[in-house]
Design a protein around this ligand. Sequence first.
Ligand code: C5P
Length: 309
Amino acid sequence: MAQPDSAQRLRVSAPAKINLHLRVGPPRAGDGFHPLSSWMVTVGLFDNLEFTLTVQPGVRLSCDDPAIPCDASNLIVKTASALLDTVNASRAASGRKGVGASAALQKRIPVGAGLGGGSSDGAFALVALDRLLHLHHSPADLATLASRFGSDLAFFFHGPSSICTGRGEIVRPTPPPKPRHAVLLLPGIHMPTPAVYKRFDAMHSALSTEHSALTPEPDWGNWSTLPAIHLLPFLINDLEPPAFSLNADLANLHRRANEIADRPVRMSGSGSTLFTLYDTAAEAERSAEHFRLSLRVDARAVEVCPTSS
Ligand code: C5P
């Protein structure tokens, strides 16, 4: 995923993810976060990031999409600044000058779409800086640093196919699914994740704390052997009802997509991306075309767990 350009510059491709399966438990007493059990996989849709080391301290970010904030609220700036702060503290202790970075982001993963684009960017910023600065941190160490900034970041250090538990930050690699092609329906709807979880709580207020969406865990090993048409009926996303209740257009698209597809259509994360799975690239391409023509929606055939960018 990373190509050295010169000693001071590095380009990385940050993949999107989808949640094949997402079960959600009742909110935790302390922080209100929800315990999850999710099978997450990377998909062949990428943001591109180019990092350059600078002598000026701090992190400067630019982006080809003017809608993306490039200030301290951006996950790239957050994770890169946290790493550079530690590096510069140890440099200062040994009398060396500090170092900064500039980053250029080509944004290709839709925002607010349940595809983890911002999280992937934040994670791959750490991968890039670790390589540029020859820090040799383990993926587990980088994941621990990154998970301070969001529930989804840790996955990207382990992918391409993992079971994520806790609030999402406990990541256990698992064999990729047999179907290695997906069609993503990208309706251009921005779903606010906290609002979707809030609606989930409102819809589940009668749930006891023994709510058992999370246990027992599925037999992931067996699921990974199933072709698309047999795997899809097992897949559940507990955030679909609250997301569809918050956004009628998304609910409508999901209903129509299920009507015209020959297999179940699911939602990724807190939405708005919908997806379904195929065993071959040709089937996925044909179906993407069918969705585009019938639903007038941006539909893309992508690889699941792609081996390269
Ligand atoms: O961790 P992240 O920044 O992705 O979470 C965004 C919001 O989603 C949180 O502020 C919280 O409202 C909700 N969330 C949750 N339980 C999770 C993950 C996210 O309630 N496991």
